[in-house]
Ligand binder design. Structure first.
Ligand code: NOJ
Ligand code: CA
Length: 676
């Protein structure tokens, strides 16, 4: 086997491959900067190698499957046939970071057959783009075999050499993890996306696209090694995937870019998903929302019934009034249905029966009359059989009420013995919810979801999801560090929209701490509950962390008489275009997004203060704009002085160089509005 421990120029590699007389099949991206080689190694093991701008980034790595009742599909293959295709098209989407997406790649299909046993078949599809590579397996229909059990997918990513890596620890039940940074060789088993800085101008992220009827992938490796191997979330009996043939795996993705920001603007993941299956998408609309939510996490109000019950008709109307008065479309209400009093004792939720102090018809009528959308909430508590049994009546209820968006939740363990959140059983459940929702014209915001793999292209009602250590952790746990959101932008966000729930204005809970039961408990442990950002950074997060549903997550009383809330009022989250202006993983990011004729800019830093000179060359050169700037105020600092926001306006144009100053743990948000 050929192994390189350091980066090796490609021409050298070709010579070496030639010496070993290994026939390889090469494929380059349209511009030629990404290159893939497929070959049969050791006389018959399907293998590949990836280079980027002539540097090897994935060294010889093998591919295959270990199956339960058939011969494994790992070695002793020969190439039966190959096919090549080029895709060069653009497609439009109802919402997204950009409205138009270019899909331009070269594709290689390799049909393999067993050398000694022609009944062993495996087809591989490689797509090579300028922003990376996707490959997938197809096990075709085999004679006399209708279904298979995959014991393990044997995909390797032999990362070369040993990059700086931003990663979360793999856990088949949660992605709500701190993001760590270490050399790849020092990491644990990884969740994806996992992002690496190979060199100053080589950035790479490994993930998957179109996770359908399959198990979620993690990446394991021996300590000290950079050879990553796929490890799928299992069924209770240890089988990873139960499949009827032909079986298509998800695409394994390797995003590549010369800049960290290029990973963010990459469309590889969505391009590897199928076109939309929803014809009429007029009911699918990005929106800002507020909700009866943060008060619950601070334990000021309760999901359950009783004197502090949050989801009352009256309280909801207060939120609806606020939304209507502040250019906010949605109001989320949690804790409106029966079940919250007993779910922790393993009882099931009643998904359709409201508590007596909540009147859904009246709430929806009132919201409609005010031009606001009621967003329903369905916490399953992991009781999937019960939820699936009721799924039609749940969605019919929302449809008959005229509700177009719901948030789902999967707190706690999956209540089917041996099942986890990320195995094939749950992948299929999450998809069933999205498809049933689509049939009833309902948008989904999933918490404790399966990871995003770009299915929003196929099912554009799959708006946003959590799958991240979001804002809630700051309310009742050791909170997120000042660098957490700067890490998310380059890791979790590469997979798709993030419902991080930004917009907390009372960042160290001064308006609430004397009523927060957890406050004393934390103090006794020498810890503080707080958000660890400045207020200006909370605004900037609404631009930086992409989501078509952006929550202004604080209690509405904390927005009253706050001049900085004007940014939230003015924000449009139906984006058409984006520019990552400057970015360094875990350090800072400045990003501009366009909505109709306005641009918005968000800039955030970790706990370092920073100054940037930003060229506004993304603006229309023919126009003058009024910039309304929400900057960290004098002496702002996430720890010592998080509140001051300096709001100023300035006339600018595409030639302006704007100085942006960020406090420690700070941020800046700007609206650019054309001047008539
Ligand atoms: C966890 C979710 O992330 C959170 O948003 C929700 O409020 C609770 N579960 C209750 O469903
Ligand atoms: Ca959560």
């Amino acid at each position: 086997m050929i192994r390189f421990t350091t980066i090796v120029p490609v021409f050298y590699l070709i010579v070496l491959l030639g010496c070993n007389e290994v026939k390889d099949y090469s494929l380059s991206s349209p511009s030629g900067k990404v290159n893939l080689k497929f070959f049969l190694n050791n006389g018959g093991t399907p293998s590949y190698l990836v280079s980027f701008n002539s540097q090897v980034v994935i060294d010889t790595s093998s591919l295959g499957f270990d199956l339960k009742t058939q011969e494994d599909l790992i070695a002793e293959f020969q190439v039966e046939s190959t096919e090549r295709r080029t895709i060069n098209e653009t497609w439009e989407r109802p919402w997204g970071e950009t409205k138009v997406v270019k899909d331009h790649c070269n594709e290689l299909q390799v049909n393999l057959v067993g050398k000694a046993d022609a009944s062993r078949k495996l087809n591989l599809f490689f797509k090579v783009y300028d922003d990376g590579i996707g490959f997938r397996y197809v096990i075709p229909k085999l004679e006399g075999v209708d279904s298979i059990f995959v014991l393990s997918e044997e995909t390797q990513f032999n990362v070369a050499p040993n990059p700086d890596t931003w990663w979360i620890k793999a856990d088949y039940n949660s992605y709500e993890k701190r993001i760590r940074n270490s050399k790849l060789s020092e990491s644990a088993t990884l969740g994806t996306p996992v992002t690496m800085k190979m060199e100053d101008d080589v950035f790479m992220s490994i993930h998957e696209a179109n996770l359908t009827n399959y198990a979620g992938m993690t990446l394991k490796h021996d300590t000290g090694s950079t050879l990553l191997k796929s490890e799928l979330a299992p069924w209770p009996d240890g089988v990873k995937v139960r499949a009827v043939l032909p079986m298509k795996s998800p695409w394994r993705t390797i995003q590549l870019s010369e800049t960290a920001g290029g990973l963010i603007t990459s469309n590889l993941i969505v391009n590897l998903n199928e076109p939309s299956k929803i014809e009429n998408t007029s009911w699918i609309k990005p929106m800002k929302y507020v909700g009866i939510w943060w008060s619950l996490h601070l334990f000021l109000e309760t999901w359950s019934s009783g004197p502090k019950h949050g989801a009352t008709t009256e309280n909801t109307k207060r939120y609806i009034d606020f939304a209507a008065a502040n250019n906010i479309k949605g109001v989320l209400v949690e804790g409106w249905n029966h079940g919250w009093d007993t779910w922790l004792n393993e009882d099931s939720f009643d998904y359709t029966t409201p508590y007596p102090d909540f009147d859904p018809e009246e709430v929806v009528r009132y919201a409609k009359h005010k031009g606001v959308e009621f967003i329903g909430h369905q916490e399953t508590g992991g009781n999937i059989p019960e939820f699936e049994a009721r799924i039609d009546s749940i969605f019919e209820m929302y449809k008959s009420l005229g509700v177009h968006a719901i948030k789902t939740g999967y707190a706690g363990k999956i209540r089917v013995p041996g099942q986890s959140h990320h195995g094939q059983f749950m992948v299929n459940h999450y998809r069933n919810v999205v498809e049933t929702a689509a049939a009833n014209q309902i948008m989904i915001n999933a918490h404790e979801p399966i990871k995003d793999t770009g299915i929003r292209r196929t099912w554009p009602n799959m708006m946003t999801r959590e799958g991240v250590r979001g804002m809630e952790w700051n309310a009742w746990s050791r909170g997120n560090s000042p660098s957490h959101t700067v890490d998310i932008a380059f890791t979790r966000m590469l997979s798709g929209p993030v419902d991080y729930t930004p917009g907390i204005f009372d960042v160290d809970f001064k308006n609430s701490w004397d009523r927060m039961p957890k406050w004393e408990e934390f103090k006794a442990r020498g810890l503080t509950l707080e958000v660890r950002t400045t207020v200006a950074k909370q605004l900037a997060l609404m631009v930086v962390l992409y989501s078509p549903m952006v929550m202004a997550a604080d209690m509405i009383e904390n927005y009253v008489d706050q001049p900085a809330f004007q940014f939230v009022r003015d924000l449009d989250v139906d984006w058409e275009d984006q520019r990552v202006i400057d970015a360094e993983i875990g350090e800072y990011i400045t990003i501009a997004r366009k909505a109709k004729d306005r641009w918005f800019l968000g800039s955030i830093t970790n706990d370092e203060e920073r100054m940037f000179e930003v060229s506004l060359d993304f603006l229309d050169t023919k126009k003058t704009y009024l910039a309304t700037i929400y900057a960290d105020g004098e002496n702002a600092d996430w720890e010592l002085n998080p509140y001051p926001v300096n709001i100023l306006t300035k006339e600018v144009n595409a030639k302006t160089i704007l100085e942006i100053n960020l406090a420690k743990g700070g941020g800046q948000a700007i609206e650019f509005r054309p001047v008539d």
